[in-house]
Design a binder for this molecule. Structure first.
Ligand SMILES: Cc1cc2nc3c(=O)[nH]c(=O)nc-3n(C[C@H](O)[C@H](O)[C@H](O)COP(=O)(O)OP(=O)(O)OC[C@H]3O[C@@H](n4cnc5c(N)ncnc54)[C@H](O)[C@@H]3O)c2cc1C
Length: 393
């Protein structure tokens, strides 16, 4: 898995069964599943791994079930993933403990690297440090779809029977002419995050601390290295008026009833694009969108990776079918499958995101959590009940 060199790009085969753009959980798991099934897969990633990414690093039971169905049941444990046992929810100065289901915590550096290695071991060709942009839909005698690869000043086109766009929240993989548009939901929050040293908080392993404030929320958890992973969703206006991510984070922690953390100001904060969004259409000629690239809802319930991995699994049979022939029915079927396995699951999270913006309602929910922890635990369990397209690849 060397970074692509300009020479490497020139020597790359021009024709592939599948090109997957983006090696996050959606892209890497799709590449793994298709390579195992004998397809010639090129997985292209613009960054070099291991890399950190803004994410709460909590794997839901859904995410773990998807990995198991893909034949990778031990991947998280083998990387040192910790059990996620308890949520400490802080709202308006009140902090309540809530028992969690069977989730795990693993840093994105480790998880994404391990998934990439699994895809490579399954036979996928991996190009790192290379940006891919979807090319025009071919017509007439050239039925394949073009992808333009860029590394430094080198450019190279390859073609594939199917292209999977799994590029996360980035718009850069699809140019404006492709006829795919993303609408950002009004008042969508923005993601932000950083890593703090292990001494920054007295947070035991296995505990997710979630601070809910008027202008967003902050989730923090200790990862396998002992460091503290912070992931936040912020109102954009407040991010500006508070004077930046570290100050807004401090404000939300204080409002919620948690102690402030040393090192927030000096930390290397990363911001994301707007979070809540819908993309239309989810498929085009020889093209499917997966994971966050197909639409996302703000991360309060921590299920984005579960949706991303599930969408990768759901796409596999369709991609296999499309090796024979592509027809419009595949695009329609992907919209149906994506709705069944992802969009319908996102509804409850979308509703929760709206509720959390109303301080009185979220305080009411919080009192419910404090007074009836078992009810809240089972509500969380309901949101997190795993459901996967099929068992064991
Ligand atoms: C604040 C916050 C907290 C979160 N907490 C959690 C949580 O605790 N649990 C959870 O399950 N989910 C969480 N999520 C959501 C989770 O991070 C995403 O849903 C998940 O990463 C989606 O995976 P993906 O594979 O679709 O995209 P990504 O993980 O974003 O991967 C996309 C990859 O594509 C690459 N790429 C982009 N453009 C190109 C291009 N043109 N060419 C080549 N490569 C490209 C990127 O570099 C990236 O590596 C959180 C998100 C945020 C913002």
């Amino acid at each position: 898995m060397q970074p692509a060199t300009e020479l490497g790009l020139l020597h790359l085969s021009p024709c592939w069964d599948v090109v997957v753009v983006g090696a996050g959980p959606a892209g890497a798991l799709a590449a793994h599943g298709l390579a195992i099934r004998g397809l010639r897969v090129l997985l292209v990633e613009q960054r070099l791994f291991p890399r950190w990414k803004v994410c709460g690093a909590c794997l839901s039971p859904q995410a773990l079930a998807a990995l198991e169905a893909a034949g990778l049941p031990d991947l998280v444990a083998s990387q040192g993933g910790l059990s996620l046992e308890r949520l400490q929810l802080g709202v308006a100065g009140l902090v309540s403990p809530i028992a969690m289901g069977a989730g795990r915590v693993l840093s994105r550096c480790r998880l994404d690297q391990a998934l990439l290695e699994a895809a490579s071991a399954a036979g996928a060709t991996v190009l790192m440090g290379t940006r891919a942009v979807l090319g025009a839909a071919a017509t007439g005698l050239e039925p394949d779809r073009e992808v333009v690869l860029q590394k430094g000043t080198a450019r190279r086109s390859v073609s594939a029977k199917v292209v999977l766009i799994a590029a996360g929240l980035s718009h850069r993989a699809i140019d404006d002419k492709a006829g795919i548009s993303t609408s950002i939901e009004p008042r969508s929050r923005f993601g932000a995050g950083c890593v703090l040293s292990g001494e920054a908080a007295a947070l035991p392993p296995g505990v997710l601390q979630m601070a809910v404030g008027r202008s967003g929320y902050v989730g923090m958890v200790r990862v396998e290295s002992g460091e503290i992973n912070l992931a936040c969703a912020f109102d954009q206006g407040m991010l500006r008026s508070a004077g930046g991510a570290s100050l807004l984070c401090q404000k939300i922690l204080a409002e919620a009833g948690f102690a402030t953390l040393p090192g927030l100001k000096e930390a290397d904060w990363q911001l994301t694009a707007a979070l809540s969004r819908r993309t239309i259409p989810l498929a085009g000629h020889r093209l499917l969108l997966l994971g966050d690239a197909a639409g996302y809802v703000e991360p309060f319930t921590g299920e984005g990776m579960g949706w991303a991995l599930t969408s990768a699994l759901a796409a596999l049979p369709l991609v296999m079918r499309s090796m024979e022939q592509w027809d419009g029915a595949i695009e329609k079927e992907w919209r149906r499958l994506h709705h069944r396995w992802v969009t319908s699951q996102q509804r409850s999270c979308r509703a929760l995101a709206v509720v959390l913006r109303h301080p009185k309602i979220s305080l009411g929910l919080h009192r419910l959590a404090g007074g009836f922890p078992s009810v809240t635990s089972s509500m969380i369990g309901m949101l997190q009940r795993p459901s996967i397209p099929y068992s064991r690849a």
